[in-house]
Every structure is written in structure tokens, then in C-alpha cells.
Design a protein around this ligand. Sequence first.
Ligand code: PLP
Length: 332
Amino acid sequence: MIDLPCRIKLAQLPTPITKLQRFSRRFKDIDIWVKRDELTGTEVSGNKIRKLEFCIAEAQQQGCDTLISCGGIQSNHCRATAILGVRLGLKVHLILRGEKPEVAEGNLLLDYLSGAEITYLSQSQWQDHENFAKELQETYQSHGHKAFFIPVGASDEIGIWGYIAASEELKNDFARLAMEPEYIVTATGSGGTQAGLLVGSQLLNMRTQVAAFNVSDNAAYFEKKIEQDVTLWKQRYKQEFDIEKLNIKTVEGYLGAGYGIAGPEVFASIAELASSEGIFLDPVYTGKAFHGMVSELHKGDEGQLAGARNVVFIHTGGLFGVFPQQQNFSFN
Ligand SMILES: Cc1ncc(COP(=O)(O)O)c(C=O)c1O
């Protein structure tokens, strides 16, 4: 058992793991499984809630009454923070990247409904958003409040615990199913899910390799970000851990035109999985990663997932991000 720091139970755990009975028939010798982390909740679904169990516990331990966090306008993480904050009686202030849209859709609609205060920063102001957050913390302090800052995607040395703990859950799933997948596949955006899975699988001596498909930045960025976060995690929690042994595998080639912009192949993959299995992906994260995974599996031993017999795709959520992009499905 991994010794975990303080945590509040917020997610519906353990999440189910489902074999894609029909979809897997596309492959002769491969079974694709989905770890259903989109079912960690309804409004607060997805991977962020696992990380926030640790970040918000830390905020409460420090006596904070306010959460400040940041991300894109359709940030799933910000939506989860807004909803969990209001449920726990905490004020939430979100710093979002971009102009205020005319209509609040998808995640942003839920941010507003949850009563979060929102500040929009232009693309150029965004470069400095962490300093902006610090100033905001000081403003709250001068008004007698204590605000806790959670960085983009809750990907830091605290949030990393979410998927370290999830690795234990996965290990139990694999034991129950008597299968040891060659690969665990995830989308990677701010790096915390990938980092947590890498550390967790290492701590638990799992043979499974974590393969992350980047939906922003590039492999070099994630290598650096993960090494930084794991170093801070080691220091903060006094962990013995050999960073050299982190087997970071970021699969490039499926980002497309950029973060949040998906090509027709991604929308087709979303529709294909929905119509064959009743499982819904999103165009920003899971759709790109799933499309990437399937493309690499089709390449067989020439691909990035060579030797795969059982592959576990982590469904990290994101459904609310489908609606602002619904016009991109081909039946429209
Ligand atoms: C639905 C969804 N999947 C995957 C990710 C990527 O996770 P991470 O930020 O931990 O890399 C995110 C985060 O933004 C997300 O919202």
C-alpha cells in the first residue's frame, strides 16, 4: 500500500473498468479496456477530481476559505474546482485564458452556475498568470481571507497524488481481471495524470508502460514538466524515488493544429466509439488520445504501442467540452 497524505473523499471510487467488446474486434489479438474515470462523478467527472481530493485537502489543512485556479475557457479542471468549491463552502475565483465569450457554453456555463468569480486574461496577459494569481491572493488576504492557489490542471507536487493513488486502484483491477496490460494510455495536457501514473506504476512495481498522447506542447515539454513536479513531490513528501527510472513515454503526432483544435478524424473517432460502445470522448483530450492510440495499434510492431495484447485507456472525462464543438460532427 502506498502511504498517502491528507485527502478528502470527493470522487466516486473505484471507477469501473470496461472491455470494449465490439470496438476491440477491429484487432485480431488486442483487447482494449477503458478505465472509466469519466464516472468519478456527474458534474464533477473526470481526472481532475482525483487530483483535487489532495489539493483541496491541503487548502483546508492550511485554513483557506478561497480557491484560486486557472485554465482555458473550457477547462474541465476549472469547472471541477468551481463545483467542488461551492459544495465545500469555499469561494472560487477562476482566471481564464481568453476573451469573455458572448455565450457561456459547456464547462463555462457550469462555472457561472456554480457561482465562481471569473477574471479573463488576454493571451498576452496569460504569460504572467501565476503572478496575477499571487496578487489576487494578496488582495484576498487584505480583505481577511486566505486563498489557496491550484495551478493549471492541478498538475503539481500535490495534485500528482491523484494518479499515484489511482495506480493502486488499477493494480487491483488488473489482479481481479487476471491481466497485466502492456500499456496504460492517457491524454496528457498539463502532465499531472501522466506523472502520477508513472510514479505510481514505479512504486508498485507494475510492468505496464504508461504511454501518454500529448494534446498540447511536445514530448520535451512533458519530460521537463514531469521531472520538475516529481522532484518537488520528492522534496515535499520526503520520498525515496529514483527519477532516472521514470520511463517517460510521450507519443507525439496527434496534437493536430493545436490545443483544443481537432481534425475530422478525431470527431469520427468520437462518433465511432459512441455508436459502438456508448462511451463518449471529447475533442480536446480523450478523443485525440483515443484516436492516437487506435492509429498506433493499427501500425502493429511498427507503432508506438508495439507488442500490445491488452491496453487500458484512461477515460479522463471532458464530456462538457463536446457541446461547444458540436458543429464539427459530420452529421451536422
Ligand atoms: C478531460 C481531460 N483529459 C485529460 C486531461 C489531461 O490531464 P493532465 O492535465 O493531468 O495532463 C485533462 C486536463 O486538462 C482533461 O480535462
